[in-house]
Design a protein around this ligand. Structure first.
Ligand SMILES: [Zn+2]
Ligand SMILES: [Zn+2]
Length: 206
């Protein structure tokens, strides 16, 4: 079962993939009680969290769940230690990070049963930004790397335009049916390929 908890404000979207194991992809800010309520009301037992990158608007809600956290190896220590790269001041002042944060590598897979998530490292927004590809369902969870008609910022700590261009090229080679971004509505994989902003970025026009 697939749950999409679309955000209305600064919180990231949250996605729950429910099968033999239950994974929660991104959790919003530390004030994102919506995800806490949703999981509680639907009596879902989250097994672990996967963070697409280290920013506070994606990892703040991790605090609601005492489960292992996974993130790309280039971002996981930032989540663990609440470094400046995460914009930790977006958390509560006393926040010192999370205990159980574990690294993921490019190409690794996470098997939930009905869903098999493949790690695609897509640096650019942060050095450890990643997308999650579910090949059989043809879903891509894109974090803040790409949105409907736009791409993520590359001017934040550890961000890089060159890296982002490479990551977007990588994503264009993956044919998916549906893209589920970190913010805003989901969109068709075709829009990923014909995203004008992405193409001008790659051609160096902007
Ligand atoms: Zn975000
Ligand atoms: Zn971000």
């Amino acid at each position: 079962m697939f749950h999409c908890i679309e955000s209305t404000g600064i919180d990231s979207n949250c996605y729950i993939l429910e099968s033999d194991l239950i994974a929660l992809i991104d959790t919003g800010t530390h004030k994102n009680y919506r995800i806490y309520d949703y999981v509680d009301e639907n009596d879902i037992q989250i097994d672990f969290i996967i963070n697409t990158h280290c920013h506070y608007d994606h990892v703040g809600g991790n605090k609601f769940f005492e489960v292992p956290i996974y993130a790309h190896e280039m971002d996981y220590l930032d989540i663990k230690n609440a470094t400046e790269k995460t914009f930790y001041w977006g958390f509560t002042p006393s926040f010192k990070g999370y205990e159980n944060v574990n690294p993921l590598k490019e190409g690794e897979t996470i098997d939930l049963g009905e869903y098999l998530l493949k790690i695609i490292h897509t640096p650019g927004h942060t050095s450890g930004s990643m997308c999650l590809l579910e090949e059989e369902k043809s879903y891509l969870f894109s974090g803040d790397t790409v949105f409907k008609g736009a791409v993520g910022r590359y001017d934040l700590p550890s961000g890089s335009l060159d890296d982002l261009k490479q990551s977007l090229k990588k994503l264009c080679d993956i044919k998916v049916k549906e893209v589920f971004p970190g913010h805003g509505q989901s969109f068709s994989g075709k829009d990923l390929l014909f995203n004008n902003y992405m193409i001008s970025l790659m051609e160096g026009d902007i």
